[in-house]
Structure formats: structure tokens, C-alpha cells
Design a protein around this ligand. Structure first.
Ligand code: NDP
Length: 295
């Protein structure tokens, strides 16, 4: 296990379990399996529709609530000062917890950035009241961060962005680092490059990349383990998703080997600069039709 220290002194276990697209019926078991093999960090979101099952898995595991870092996200339809403060009640209520360890804005709303600012001010209030231990953002590009920093007081602790060997966003990583913001990688083993969905079949699957396969062979590890090790050795938090107990355990078994500087550089060189997921600057009107139910 490896802990990272956020800019407000709170520690976050570098590896967390992601639960995007984890069906609610499988989520509690996945969370329980993860906690049993040593994970102490879960990343969910109001928009994933499985916060209740994350809470169930936590309780079923028998692991003490205070030993687990719970991170969740405010969806865009709950942006606004009062709405975001209320979004805490929705998420904490479903999770069955009194406080959240990290509460982040799921993405900016560039067309209505004032609601993004108001939402972040809601997070600042939740932080001041001790309801959340740290606050942050997701899918913020450097220009979104600049504007946020100008209009708010608390520097985000975390910026969670798409980050895997085919898309490393060095400009965002640099901006995060310059402000003391931890970069947290979503799709850290490249899920966005291979999972089925409306993304098309043109994608190159990073899980099948020959360079990663070669490095994996040299260390007797899997491609997923190499990508996760690369992420944590470069100082990032990584939140691989799986609902399969064997793969959940595999993704946590990355503390018994080390990649050389040359290997890290070979993986860095795989960046294509091509995003797999949505462009945070492109308005997706369908996002505004999802509403988050009450707890
Ligand atoms: P990941 O990179 O974590 O990849 C997940 C995929 O990889 C799943 O299809 C999973 O299938 C498979 N998988 C897991 N472990 C292995 C393994 N060891 N070997 C082979 N295949 C494996 O992608 P995600 O997009 O899910 O990203 C991780 C997390 O990041 C999300 O769950 C979510 O918490 C967060 N996220 C945040 C976003 C944001 O906008 N802020 C956007 C997207 C994700 P299986 O379950 O069958 O093992």
C-alpha cells in the first residue's frame, strides 16, 4: 500500500477501486472483494448510480469506515451553491456515511462556468463545515483550473482526468503540479480504449500494446499491473475498475516490482495525444437530462 499526501495534509491511498459501469448488483461484492485484498480507497460518483451499493460493500466487508477513503463526484445537474451542498446529502445518504473523504466536481460546465464556480463554492462550504475532508475537480483543463483558482479560495486537492499510456495529458499534469494538485488517473489501464460503448471500433487497445507487453514479460507481471505501476511511480493516484475478484486482486498486486527510468520513459513515449473520452470543452446536452435521485 502506498499513501499520497494531498495539499491539505490528508492522505489518500494511491490505488483505489473504480466503479464506473459496475452494475449496481455487482458493485457491493466488488467493493467487498477489494477491501478484503487490501484496497482502502473507492472512487464512485453520483452519476454512476451505485453509491448505495458501494456503501453496502463497505459495511459487508467489516472494514472500519474510518480506514477507507471514500471519493465521490457531484454531477452537473447538481451544480450551483445550494444544489451542491444538497448533493452532499444525496451522496452521503446513499453511501450511508456522515463524511466524505473527497468530494469533486465531475466535470466543468464550460458554457455555464458560473454554475461550476458556484458548485465549487458549495464544496468549500462543505469542507469548512467538516463534512468533507478534501475537495477537488475532474476533467479540468489548465484554462478551467486558472479560472477556478481566480474565483475561489481553496486550491483543489485532486484533478481526476483521463490518463493512460495512449493519453497522458502532460499539459494538465504540469498545471496540476504547478498548483500542488494531485493528478488522479481515470481509465488508468486504458478502459476507455477498449470497453464497449458508443466510442466506435477505431480505437487502439492499450491493453494489447507491444511495448507494455514486453515490459510486462520482463517483470513477470500483466499489462494492467505495468500500467498501474507506471502511474504510481510517476506520483499519480490510479483507480482501476473491475468487478472480477481475480482482476481486482491483480490490480492491487503491484508493490513487489519496480520499473526502471528507461521503462517509464518508454511508456511515456506511447502517448498519442488523442483523447478516448469526451472533450471537457464540448457541451454534451444529454448530460443535463440526467437527474440524481434523492438518497
Ligand atoms: P479502467 O482503465 O479502470 O479499465 C476498466 C476495464 O478494464 C474494465 O472493462 C475491466 O473489466 C477491465 N479490467 C480491469 N482489470 C483488468 C485486468 N487486470 N486485466 C484486464 N482487464 C481488466 O477504466 P475505467 O474507465 O473504468 O476507469 C477507472 C475508474 O475511473 C472508473 O471506474 C471511475 O471510477 C473513474 N472514471 C472517471 C471518469 C470521470 O469522468 N471522472 C470517467 C471514467 C472513469 P472487468 O470489470 O470485467 O474486470
Amino acid at each position: 500500500m502506498l499513501d499520497l499526501t494531498l495539499n491539505n495534509g490528508v492522505t489518500l491511498p494511491a490505488i483505489g477501486l473504480g466503479v464506473f459501469q459496475s452494475p449496481p448488483a455487482e458493485t457491493a461484492a466488488a467493493v467487498e472483494a477489494a477491501l478484503r485484498v487490501g484496497y482502502r480507497h473507492i472512487d464512485t460518483a453520483a452519476a454512476y448510480g451505485n453509491e448505495r451499493e458501494v456503501g453496502e460493500g463497505l459495511r459487508n466487508s467489516g472494514v472500519d469506515r474510518s480506514d477507507v477513503f471514500i471519493e465521490t463526484k457531484v454531477w452537473v445537474t447538481d451544480f450551483g451553491y445550494d444544489e451542491t451542498i444538497h448533493a452532499f446529502d444525496k451522496s452521503a445518504g446513499k453511501l450511508g456515511v456522515d463524511t466524505l473523504d473527497l468530494f469533486i466536481l465531475h466535470q466543468p460546465v464550460p458554457a455555464r462556468f458560473e454554475t461550476t464556480i458556484a458548485a465549487y463554492k458549495g464544496l468549500e462550504t462543505l469542507l469548512a463545515e467538516g463534512k468533507v475532508r478534501a475537495i477537488g475537480v475532474s476533467n479540468f483543463m489548465p484554462h478551467h483550473l486558472e479560472r477556478l483558482l481566480q474565483e475561489t479560495n481553496v486550491v483543489p486537492a485532486v484533478n481526476q482526468i483521463e490518463l493512460h499510456p495512449y493519453f497522458t495529458q502532460p499539459d494538465v499534469q504540469r498545471a496540476d503540479a504547478a498548483h500542488g494538485i494531485l493528478t488522479q488517473a481515470w481509465s488508468p489501464i486504458g478502459g476507455i480504449t477498449f470497453y464497449p460503448g458508443p466510442w466506435g471500433d477505431e480505437r487502439r487497445n492499450v491493453m494489447q500494446d507491444p511495448t507494455i507487453a514486453e515490459i510486462a514479460r520482463e517483470h513477470g507481471k500483466s499489462p494492467a499491473q505495468v500500467m498501474l505501476r507506471w502511474g504510481i511511480q510517476e506520483g499519480r493516484s490510479v483507480i482501476p475498475k473491475s468487478t472480477n475478484p481475480t482482476r481486482i486482486a491483480e490490480n492491487f498486486d503491484v508493490f513487489d516490482f519496480e520499473l526502471s527510468g528507461e521503462e517509464l520513459a518508454r511508456i511515456d513515449a506511447l502517448d498519442t495525444g488523442v483523447r478516448g473520452g469526451p472533450d471537457p470543452d464540448q457541451a454534451r446536452e444529454e448530460f443535463f437530462s440526467w437527474s440524481i435521485p434523492e438518497a
